[in-house]
Design a binder for this molecule. Structure first.
Ligand SMILES: *[C@@H]1O[C@H](CO)[C@@H](O)[C@H](O)[C@H]1NC(C)=O
Ligand SMILES: *[C@@H]1O[C@H](CO)[C@@H](O)[C@H](O)[C@H]1NC(C)=O
Ligand SMILES: *[C@@H]1O[C@H](CO)[C@@H](O)[C@H](O)[C@H]1NC(C)=O
Ligand SMILES: *[C@@H]1O[C@H](CO)[C@@H](O)[C@H](O)[C@H]1NC(C)=O
Ligand SMILES: *[C@@H]1O[C@H](CO)[C@@H](O)[C@H](O)[C@H]1NC(C)=O
Ligand SMILES: *[C@@H]1O[C@H](CO)[C@@H](O)[C@H](O)[C@H]1NC(C)=O
Ligand SMILES: *[C@@H]1O[C@H](CO)[C@@H](O)[C@H](O)[C@H]1NC(C)=O
Ligand SMILES: *[C@@H]1O[C@H](CO)[C@@H](O)[C@H](O)[C@H]1NC(C)=O
Length: 555
């Protein structure tokens, strides 16, 4: 049955997009725009409203995403993370419809609400033509069975509609996760609740393991996927992951929802990366009010730097679809801009959740899953669009100016004033504060030895310049509670898009000499290339067909 279903995919193999790359080091310098496929863009660009409270499909599609890659690229992102792509339960459950994609029913078919296999391939190819990467969200831990949506009564748990695992013994015996201090309970009991139990796949069974490994290999190859975001990774035994990740053959980032670095860190040994939840919690609390305490942020980052296997590739984020948006906590624009700056000057890969750039304020799920299309993808006169575009550009400029930028851990520079936070990550210096926009307190960041003697630095968020003293120190007064991100004027190109009027760099690598030697220190916003031409070599695609032919036989 599995092979038969797979052959449906095989028919359309000629259009298979090739994976661009996808190792952890390929991803390190990237920046990810997280979107919810159902909520990003409609195929027809109509003004159809989307009411998040109704927890229903609102109509977003893969074609809709393909049509608006200019917007994402215009923000400076070179990668997207999309919702899970597989067929989900169709019924309206006690918690609404599966518009988010996390309630898989048949992992060998695609979610028809989002489009066809060709649409997904077209999205992958369109991304690759722009040198952008595709990260797909996947769920291994659980499925949702048709009749289990209404009741969890043992007698009526019905696995027969699930594909390719349709027997009760393919799943752990029913018990809900109740004890997060008991890892066996976390791994072998079910998420969800009695109204919507999530059937917990028996990932101890070797034949299930092998089927899942074949599945992910096929999925990645069929759609030219460059990376995976792995849902509920901590709910599966750690030693399941290495073989799965190897079969996938691309970058893996696990969701390990926990504030404790000590709990999260071991998952960075079995997957390439995790979403940096420990940092998310301290980031949110330290910037959401004037009383936020930076000590906790500093401790969590220091602990991560010491315990993550590769801190430079963890996912650094302020918002996502599972947590209240930052602007549901505070709408002080200075606090918002400070908090938003953090993921871009942190050690990891920055991830921005759709709508943050538009100033969305949704609270807890489902309010935080607003459709983006009512904004008409407007970029002008949007302060946070400008903010994130600059942050992406300066991160690229820093990486181009210093080849060690992406791999060298940031350093905190101790401040006397507890409302101030200063970070050095050469050639960047980030000066942050939670004073807020209305503070009348006079505060000054002081950082010694962070620049070259008498070097001219530019705050890319205001284009004001700062001159380092004779020993490379800077002293900068806080204005309006706003953050500042300093970079040497020589690392910005005169004909670039970041503060060109004060830039002194030329094209090619900056005067610091550590760059790639090929890239300009400044980043231009590429315009869309449309659909003309095929970026993928046909030879590679033909090879892909042959490989997949073998795979299909294996199934
Ligand atoms: C959204 O849906 C909820 C629940 O059905 C309803 O109470 C609310 O009035 C709707 N909002 C709008 C703006 O239609
Ligand atoms: C556009 O697509 C949406 C979502 O599928 C649909 O609800 C709406 O009716 C369509 N509008 C037009 C004008 O076709
Ligand atoms: C399912 O059966 C087990 C074993 O008989 C029992 O412990 C459990 O309470 C039952 N679950 C439900 C929801 O009835
Ligand atoms: C841990 O959870 C498992 C599965 O629910 C259970 O069998 C076991 O008794 C629990 N262990 C402890 C110490 O509570
Ligand atoms: C901030 O947190 C640290 C512990 O992380 C604590 O020692 C300190 O007293 C706190 N400061 C304030 C002002 O609450
Ligand atoms: C700042 O002060 C103004 C005027 O008093 C007030 O309207 C505004 O709400 C304040 N903003 C914040 C974030 O406290
Ligand atoms: C800057 O000018 C050089 C040629 O001098 C050109 O190669 C480069 O693309 C330009 N950069 C931008 C961002 O326009
Ligand atoms: C480049 O980064 C490394 C690591 O942080 C640092 O030691 C070096 O001084 C930097 N070079 C320049 C020119 O910024």
């Amino acid at each position: 049955m599995f092979a038969t279903r797979f052959s449906v995919f095989s028919v359309i193999l000629l259009a298979v997009p090739t994976t661009l790359a996808g190792s952890a080091s390929d991803w390190r310098g990237r920046a990810i725009y997280q979107l919810l496929t159902d909520r990003f863009s409609l195929s027809n660009d109509s003004a159809t409203p989307c009411n998040t409270t109704q927890v229903q499909y609102c109509g977003g599609t893969w074609n809709g995403i393909t049509n608006h890659l200019d917007y994402i690229q215009g923000l400076g992102f070179d990668s997207i993370w999309i919702s899970p792509v597989v067929a989900n339960v169709e019924q309206t459950t006690a918690y609404g419809q599966a518009y988010h994609g996390y309630w898989a029913q048949d992992i060998t078919s695609l979610n028809a609400h989002f489009g066809t296999a060709d649409d997904l391939k077209a999205l992958s190819s369109a991304l690759h033509k722009r040198n952008m990467y595709l990260m797909v969200d996947i769920v291994v831990n659980h499925f949702v069975s048709t009749s289990s949506v209404a009741t969890s009564d043992n007698a009526t748990l019905d696995f027969s509609k699930l594909v390719p695992f349709s027997k009760a013994t393919d799943f752990h015996p029913y018990c809900l996760v109740t004890d997060y201090n008991n890892q066996t309970n976390v791994e072998q009991c079910w998420l969800g609740d009695e109204h919507l139990p999530l059937a917990d796949l028996n990932t101890e069974d070797p034949s299930i393991v092998s089927t899942m490994n074949n599945w992910i290999e096929g999925l990645v190859k069929s759609y030219g996927i460059d990376g995976l975001r792995i849902d509920t990774a901590k709910h599966i035994r750690k030693d399941f992951w290495p073989a799965f990740a190897k079969a996938a053959g691309v970058f893996t980032m696990g969701e390990v929802l926990i504030g404790d670095v000590g709990y999260a860190a071991p998952y960075t040994e079995v997957l390439d990366s995790v979403l940096d939840y420990p940092n998310y919690y301290t980031l949110t609390s330290s910037f959401s009010s004037q009383t936020g305490n930076f000590s906790a942020l500093i401790s969590s980052v220091t602990a991560s730097q010491q315990s993550y296997s590769t801190p430079s590739v963890v996912g650094s984020f302020l918002e996502n679809h599972d947590n209240p948006r930052f602007q549901s906590i505070t709408q002080d624009i200075s606090l918002v801009k400070n908090a938003m700056t953090w993921p871009f000057i942190q050690d990891g890969i920055p991830i921005l959740y759709q709508g943050q750039e538009q100033g969305f304020t949704g609270g807890a799920e489902p309010s935080n899953r607003e459709a983006l299309w009512p904004t008409a993808f407007q970029m002008s006169n949007k302060p946070l669009v400008a903010h994130v575009t600059t942050l992406n550009a300066v991160r690229k400029a820093a990486a181009a100016a210093n080849s060690s930028f992406l791999t060298t851990p940031l350093k905190f520079i101790t401040q006397q004033d507890p409302s101030l936070l200063a970070v050095s990550k050469p050639p960047l210096i980030a000066l942050l504060t939670n004073l807020g926009s209305n503070s009348t307190k006079s505060s000054t960041w002081v950082a010694s030895g962070v620049a070259s003697a008498n070097e001219v630095l530019v705050d890319v968020l205001s284009c004001a310049t700062v001159k380092a003293d004779g020993s490379g120190g800077v002293s900068v007064a806080v204005v309006g509670g706003l953050p500042q991100v300093l970079i040497p004027a020589s690392a910005l190109a005169k004909n670039g898009t970041v503060c060109p009027s004060v830039a002194t760099g030329s094209t090619g690598s900056s005067s610091s000499g550590g760059g790639s030697g090929k890239k300009s220190g400044a980043i231009s916003i590429r315009s869309g290339l449309g659909f003309e031409g095929m970026g993928d070599g046909w030879v590679v695609r033909v090879l892909g067909v042959v490989l997949l032919g073998f795979l299909a036989q294996g199934w």
